[in-house]
Design a protein around this ligand. Structure first.
Ligand code: G4P
Length: 287
């Protein structure tokens, strides 16, 4: 799904989240475990203010587990509570309610001390498009509630979804925009498919991916495409293009006259990467 984020959309999205914040106790911020910073909204701290928050590294089934662990440490050092989850299968999802309770412990204890019966914790899921918000809502609800591919600025009546005994979740997530200013952020998002290829050139996206993978995941690439040797200098664009050509040749992306169809080779390689054919990978690391 492609969303054009004009300034008006951003203002409206921000306002909508701030309205919802008044109703809730805790924010569940979703990021993509493969690129936890690039898949975050650049103004998230400002938008959420002091609302208690947990960060979920979603799609952790696709990410490099070692790097995900490092990211969890990183977020902890930043003073956040972070969990790795997979909303598709539900791995890690059962820890969300207990984590919310820990985050709100002081408030709950205060209510109990006053003789009050603590009400259900109210939660809101926020994140950029395609990060898995609707999938997580459906998973927590145990049924199909949120339509995937929700759009910013489209308001509909919102409802509370009961999750277990102690949590209530807003059924419409807060949709936030990604960070656009940094070109590498755009490329990382495009490699995962979060930004569609009409926006960025497919060969450029594949170039970016291959350059990164050649550096950090060479054995997987070499094995998948039967590549001859790792680039000696992955900063040298010619060496990266040579790998793209080799992939094209191996996969029959050859035009008449023997020239390699780089566009075809790029699409093919990206499709396989996103489909998990090159194994799990992360596109940024904290240390
Ligand atoms: P959104 O509401 O934040 O926009 O995201 P949504 O739930 O629609 O999820 C976007 C895509 O990501 C969906 O794939 C969904 O199945 C996938 N997804 C969500 N969580 C996980 C996860 O933990 N692991 C994996 N592997 N995939 C996850 P889709 O329907 O195929 O859409 P698309 O890939 O064609 O965009």
């Amino acid at each position: 799904m492609t969303i054009q984020w004009f300034p008006g959309h951003m203002t409206r999205a921000r306002r909508q989240i701030q309205e919802k914040l008044k109703l809730i106790d805790v924010v569940i911020e979703l990021v993509d475990a493969r690129l936890p910073l690039s898949s975050r909204n650049p103004m998230i701290d400002e938008i959420l203010q002091n609302k208690p928050r947990m960060i979920l590294l979603n799609k952790s089934d696709l990410a490099d587990a070692k790097v995900t662990e490092e990211w969890i440490k990183y977020f902890k050092e930043e003073g956040h509570t972070a969990l790795a989850v997979d909303a598709n299968t539900g791995t890690g999802v059962k820890d969300i309610p207990s984590t919310a309770k820990i985050l709100l412990k002081e408030k709950i204890d205060r209510q109990i001390a006053k003789g009050m019966n603590p009400r259900a914790i109210r939660a809101l899921i926020v994140g950029i498009p395609n990060v898995g918000k609707s999938t997580l809502i459906n998973r927590l609800a145990g049924r199909n509630i949120a339509a995937t591919g929700d759009r910013p600025g489209v308001t509909k009546g919102q409802q509370w979804i009961r999750v277990g005994k102690e949590i209530e979740l807003l059924d419409t997530p807060g949709i936030l925009w990604p960070k656009f200013e940094d070109q590498n952020v755009g490329y990382r998002l495009a490699v995962t498919g979060a930004i569609k290829e009409e926006i960025l050139n497919v060969e450029d996206i594949a170039f970016f991916a291959i350059k990164y993978l050649a550096q950090y995941y060479w054995p997987a690439m070499q094995e998948r495409y039967g590549l001859s040797e790792a680039p000696k200098d992955s900063e040298d664009p010619d060496q990266i293009v040579a790998i793209m050509e080799e992939i094209g040749r191996k996969r029959g992306a050859v035009m008449s006259g023997g020239r390699i169809d780089l566009e075809k080779a790029s699409s093919l390689m990206l499709r396989e990467l996103r489909g998990g054919k090159l194994g799990r990978f992360s596109l940024e690391s904290p240390f």
